[in-house]
Structures are given as structure tokens and as C-alpha cells.
Design a protein around this ligand. Structure first.
Ligand code: ADP
Ligand code: MG
Length: 246
């Protein structure tokens, strides 16, 4: 694929917490429309990597380019980065004092400077896409975990990001609610949204991803098509991880 289509380039990213190195020389690219699943054991650095991409953490060294622009040297102002790179968290991170609709409206008004009327229109469109139209006036404590996560996805989509990061979006859910969230994510993948998804849902990684990245102790051990990772992994560590997961 040509350079033009690269949405994100990660070059030699290293992250230290004190004297502990949790990301060591991470390199990978994400092209437009790709769905990249990141898998690996707890503590391997998956969340830290995602958080570095939207600068919730500052990498110790290395380069992150979004559409060729360096986000660490200030080429992309932080507000613009946050517009372009959305994030969905394990714990939803909704504002509990705001209605479902207002959760999806407030960022648009503050960051994108949309009027309330414009922002509500966009929010309602995406709340419809995730099947939450009936709940726009509910508060987060009146809806289920699966519904909260669907609202969190609608909120992220309302910012019309170029890439959406997901950090274990189904890990905090009761098992019977995992499917409804994965269904929304599958639909988004089909619609051509560029996504990076940290997940323990191996079926999702296998069936929906364009690529699967296996992280192990702060490095990317394998980055390949799902059929290679799941059927012909090159490394024993990948095999052992998959054996535990499948
Ligand atoms: P994963 O998401 O793969 O479970 P994390 O990226 O959360 O892994 O964590 C990788 C390592 O970095 C872990 O050992 C974790 O304890 C450590 N770590 C993460 N965040 C911090 C932090 N803010 N301060 C110190 N250590 C951290
Ligand atoms: Mg994590």
C-alpha cells in the first residue's frame, strides 16, 4: 500500500516508567480502513501503546506520525490529535451526571465548536447506529454495561475521528453483553472505519481484523494477517499465548 494511505506510523517507540521499560522499540503502521487487533498477555504493554498513540502517555522516545505529521514534536496540536484519534475504554468513562445524549454532545461543542443543534443531530445519528436511540434521555446509571459501552462508542464516533482506538472494550462486561458490543464493532469495521483494538476476544481478532499484532513483554513479536497468527504463528510465545486463550 502507498504512503498516502498510512493513517498512523509508529516508529521506534519506547516508554519507560521510572527505570522500567514497558515499550521497547515498537514499530508498526496502520493504513486507512484497516482493523488492527492487538493481543497479548496482561502487562505486555498493550494499553500503554494505545495511550501513547493519543498522548494520554508521552513516549520516552520515538516518533508517531498521523497522516505523515509528527505528533510528538508539536506538528499536530493536542486538540487536533484528540479530534482525529478517538478512544473507547474498558470502563466506558461516561459522565454519570449527564444524559446519554449530552455525553455524546459535550465533546463536539467543546472541541469541534459545533452548536448544540448540530451536535445533537450528529449524536442522534450515531446513537441510532449503535441501537441506543430509545435511551437518549437516560443517565448512565439507568442502562446496562453493554448499553454504556455502545454509548461510549457513539460518543467517540460523534467526534468523527479518523481512527478509533479500543482498549479491551468488552472486558468489563457481563458475558451476556459482550455480543452486542462486538456486533457494533464488527459493523464499524465493515463500514471502513480505521480501528486499533486491544482485545482478548480471539474470535473477533481472527474474523474481523485485517492484521493481528502480538505483543510480548513490551515488544511486537508478530504482526501479520490473522490466518498466519492463528494458524501458523512463527514464535513459540505466540503459540503458548494462543493455546491459553483458545
Ligand atoms: P497491558 O495493557 O498489556 O496489560 P499495560 O500497558 O497496562 O499492559 O502495562 C504494561 C506495564 O507497564 C505493566 O507492568 C504495568 O504495571 C506498567 N505500567 C502501566 N502504566 C504504568 C504507570 N502509569 N506507571 C508505572 N507503571 C505502569
Ligand atoms: Mg491493558
Amino acid at each position: 500500500m502507498s504512503d498516502k494511505q498510512k493513517v498512523i506510523e509508529i516508529k521506534n517507540i519506547r516508554k519507560d516508567f521510572g527505570n522500567r521499560t514497558v515499550l521497547k522499540d515498537i514499530n508498526f503502521n496502520v493504513h486507512e480502513g484497516e482493523v488492527v487487533s492487538i493481543i497479548g498477555s496482561s502487562g505486555s504493554g498493550k494499553s500503554t501503546l494505545l495511550r501513547c498513540i493519543n498522548l494520554l502517555e508521552t513516549p520516552t522516545s520515538g516518533q508517531i506520525l498521523i497522516h505523515g505529521k509528527d505528533v510528538l514534536n508539536g506538528d499536530v496540536p493536542l486538540v487536533e490529535l484528540r479530534e482525529k484519534v478517538g478512544m473507547v475504554f474498558q470502563q466506558f468513562n461516561l459522565f454519570n451526571n449527564l444524559s446519554v445524549l449530552d455525553n455524546c454532545v459535550i465533546g463536539q461543542m467543546k472541541v469541534l465548536k459545533r452548536t448544540r443543534q448540530e451536535a445533537e443531530k450528529v449524536a442522534k445519528k450515531f446513537l441510532g447506529k449503535v441501537g441506543m436511540s430509545r435511551f437518549i434521555n437516560a443517565k448512565p446509571n439507568q442502562i446496562s454495561g453493554g448499553q454504556k459501552q455502545r454509548v461510549a462508542i457513539a460518543r467517540a464516533l460523534s467526534m468523527e475521528p479518523e481512527v478509533l482506538l479500543f482498549d479491551e472494550p468488552t472486558s468489563a462486561l457481563d458475558p451476556e453483553m459482550v455480543g452486542e458490543v462486538l456486533k457494533v464493532m464488527k459493523d464499524l469495521a465493515k463500514s471502513g472505519l480505521t480501528m486499533i483494538v486491544v482485545t482478548h476476544e480471539m474470535d473477533f481478532a481472527h474474523d474481523v481484523s485485517s492484521r493481528v499484532v502480538f505483543m510480548d513483554q513490551g515488544i511486537i513479536l508478530e504482526d501479520d494477517k490473522p490466518e498466519i497468527i492463528f494458524e501458523k504463528p512463527k514464535h513459540n510465545r505466540t503459540k503458548e499465548f494462543l493455546f491459553r486463550m483458545l
